[in-house]
Design a protein around this ligand. Structure first.
Ligand SMILES: Cc1cc2nc3c(=O)[nH]c(=O)nc-3n(C[C@H](O)[C@H](O)[C@H](O)COP(=O)(O)OP(=O)(O)OC[C@H]3O[C@@H](n4cnc5c(N)ncnc54)[C@H](O)[C@@H]3O)c2cc1C
Length: 384
């Protein structure tokens, strides 16, 4: 018999399972609906021998030393600086937008004048949010800010969220940072790392403990019932503490309606060449349908001659019954959905033996480091 049931073998579920097994010495059963562990971080070798991430590219970044140290306990990692470009009007520009982007947009002479104005307007500032451009009183600086919205932020966000461009509130994007130099560093976090042998291996090591049993290909909702009258969660009729990292609405039979998500159709392409792109990521705000491509060998550091695999992301609405777009990726956070989520959360809080967490349980976009942090927080509640 088990002491705890954990639903979901992503970061949140796996980390909690490990902590319970190791620190409390209790028996844990992990139930995972997919045929594999590692949640959205799952990677595997494709038919050409290239390590790819099936649910879209992930790189581990954090400012928190403890979280970097935590994941290092479960495998080898190498430092990795993410490199990215955006294709605009046929030019590949740096992300974040920087002085090089200004040169590509405006040509030599005009760019020199604008760069000079920016240096004077924002002395000593390495990066600023884009709204500081559009809010500036100088028409040339304002024009540059508007150009970035028009060529990149608005069309990209429109595709990502399936919202017509005219309905995109500028405030959603206003805090995106641009660089006031030639700096091309994409991510600002102190620790930027990739697992030497892939993410799945890290998960294998996290879950590899004598007190943990993992059942993949198992929908926990076939075994778990939320007894609304008694406010107890039952596993095969038994009352056992349950840590649930699946979608909170599904746990309660969509009682208050379905929580919406955006999804992605991720299309893989393999090319007969060493490298296809010049960097790991390219964003395509102006392309038809797709938003981003990733070339995996850059992320993994894998050396394979004559073959390279990319994934291309096509955003679409989440529909659990569709062939494409049936994975809930990004919660659609707005007032209506926040209220709906809160109803589920209030209900979940009434259940003594239930802990709901993770990006699907909390209906919140977490990066991996935030998912681990949340897992550690929930473990502390369990321990207490
Ligand atoms: C395209 C994309 C790219 C991303 N890139 C990055 C990145 O570069 N860096 C970064 O830090 N973060 C990134 N993220 C975020 C990252 O994926 C999340 O932080 C992480 O997945 C959160 O882990 P989790 O355990 O909460 O959720 P998940 O990984 O989704 O794990 C939940 C698990 O529960 C399982 N489950 C659901 N319902 C049931 C059920 N009924 N029974 C059994 N199992 C069930 C699911 O199958 C899943 O495996 C990205 C996300 C996306 C969508």
């Amino acid at each position: 018999m088990y002491d705890y049931i954990v639903v979901g073998a992503g970061f949140c579920g796996s980390v909690i399972a490990r902590k319970i097994a190791e620190e409390l010495g209790k028996k844990v059963l992990v139930l995972e609906k997919r045929k594999h562990i590692a949640g959205n971080m799952y990677d595997e070798f494709d038919e050409y021998g290239i390590l790819v991430q099936r649910y879209g590219p992930h790189t581990f970044v954090t400012n928190q030393k403890e979280l970097a140290e935590f994941v290092k306990k479960y495998g080898e990692w190498r430092d990795y600086d993410v490199t990215a470009r955006v294709e605009i009007d046929g030019n590949l520009m740096p992300i974040p937008f920087n002085f090089r982007s200004i040169e590509l947009f405006y040509g030599k002479e005009k760019s020199a004048v604008l760069i000079d104005k920016l240096k004077k307007a924002f002395p000593g500032q390495a990066r600023i949010p884009v709204y500081m451009l559009t809010d500036n009183t100088d028409p040339a600086i304002q024009e540059y800010g508007k150009l970035l919205f028009e060529k990149d932020y608005i069309p990209y966000t429109s595709k990502q969220w399936g919202i017509p461009p005219e309905k995109i509130g500028a405030s959603v994007i206003a805090r995106v940072q641009i660089a006031l130099s030639y700096d091309e560093k994409y991510m600002q976090q102190t620790y930027q790392m990739m697992p030497e042998d892939g993410f799945t291996k890290i998960f294998h090591n996290i879950l590899n403990h004598k007190n943990i049993n993992v059942q993949t290909g198992t929908d926990a909702l076939d075994m778990i019932t939320a007894d609304g009258a008694e406010h107890r969660v039952l596993y095969n009729g038994h009352e056992i503490p349950v840590i649930y990292t699946g979608p909170i609405d599904e746990l309660f039979g969509l009682k208050y309606g379905r929580l919406p998500y955006r999804s992605l159709d991720i299309v893989f392409q393999t090319k007969d060449m060493d490298y296809f792109q010049s960097v790991a990521f390219i964003a395509y705000p102006q392309a038809n349908g797709y938003t981003r491509s990733c070339e995996y060998k850059y992320l993994t550091g894998q050396k394979v001659n004559g073959k390279t695999t990319l994934s291309i992301e096509y955003p679409l609405q989440y529909d659990p019954n569709a062939l494409k777009g049936n994975i809930p990726y990004y919660p659609v956070i707005n007032d209506e959905n926040r209220k709906k989520y809160q109803q589920y959360k209030n209900l979940a809080d009434k259940f003594q033996n239930l802990y709901v967490c993770g990006r699907l349980g909390d209906y919140k976009y977490y990066n991996m480091d935030a998912a681990i942090e949340r897992a550690l927080e929930v473990f502390n509640q369990i321990k207490a």
